[in-house]
Design a protein around this ligand. Sequence first.
Ligand code: NAP
Ligand code: ZN
Length: 352
Amino acid sequence: MYKAKAYSAASATAPLASTVIQRREPTERDIQIEILYCGICHSDLHTVRDEWNSVMPTIYPCVPGHEIVGRVTKVGSAVTKFKPGDLAGVGCLVDSDHTCPSCKADLEQFCGNATFTYNSPDKHLGGVTYGGYSDSIVVDEHFVLHVPANLNLAGVAPLLCAGITTYSPIHRWGDIKGKKVGVVGLGGLGHMGVKFAKAFGAHVVVFTTSTGKNEDALRLGADEVIISTDAEQMKQHAGTFNFILDTVAADHDLNAYINMLGLEGNITLVGAPDKPLALSSFALLFGRRSVSGSLIGGLAETQEMLDFCGKHNITSDVEIIPIQRVNEAYERLVKSDVKYRFSIDMASLKSE
Ligand code: NAP
Ligand code: ZN
């Protein structure tokens, strides 16, 4: 074992603070990574504040972070995919059983024995896994991604969660070229959803509660913007969407968006509010519409997404912060005041 610098929360109400954690020495299949940037996902905040207690209670201390990009510092003897000096990415998963039907179908995110990057039982050290708000991490090579060399690394980090979480459902939906696609919420996930839907040729419409995000939405690739609190604007678009991606992190009126769908339209939820959303059967019955969900993506699909981003020069629009400003960033996240992902420059951890 060795010591790594990190930021952790001691309880649901404590701010994140500097700490030292233990990491394992790389085993023969492991890769040790010096973390350069880590994005701040709203899931980090949900977890740190134990907002998902009813589904996934948080074990403290909690070191969040699952949008990790860095450089390989050491590899185990059986590692074949990476060598020291290579760029590397780690997302929400660090292990799975490799034998279940989900793993065999390259859908490791649905493995019943998956280990998430933080707040999951740690098979090596006991306790729970610690995430990317740290200067280094050790991960089985199967769960480490190759990062395209042409992209800005601070903007790549959020691709490891916000990127794959939006790429996967949009890509899986089918040929969305020319289709009317809505993205609800222009935050970390939402702004990546806009970029991917645009890259796949959709007519992209952003639903936002923030009047100040209009210009940014258009710059990011949206064709139209709807202020979702304006009943008249919502009415004009009712029944016209083929597909909507809902990224909202808090309670909201799901039925209002279902009513935006046309015949057999689908709304896919990726946002994970702590409380259940009310669902009107009638909104689904009329138009044979459907609601579904999507969870990150498997490793192969995540690599495909990163390669796609490399080819099309897609990164997240980030506000780079030192780790010392992480608590302030969380307060801004709650207020939907993020343009459009915080990316922590992990060099700032050196001074702790
Ligand atoms: P974020 O950056 O905070 O963005 C969420 C956006 O939702 C906000 O910017 C805001 O956009 C909108 N919003 C917030 N409160 C709202 C409200 N009360 N009503 C309507 N809209 C509201 O969060 P994120 O990191 O993108 O994450 C979004 C959600 O996805 C979180 O719940 C997170 O845990 C979840 N998530 C799921 C997966 C998955 O695999 N399914 C992966 C990662 C994250 P406007 O200002 O434009 O309205
Ligand atoms: Zn995330």
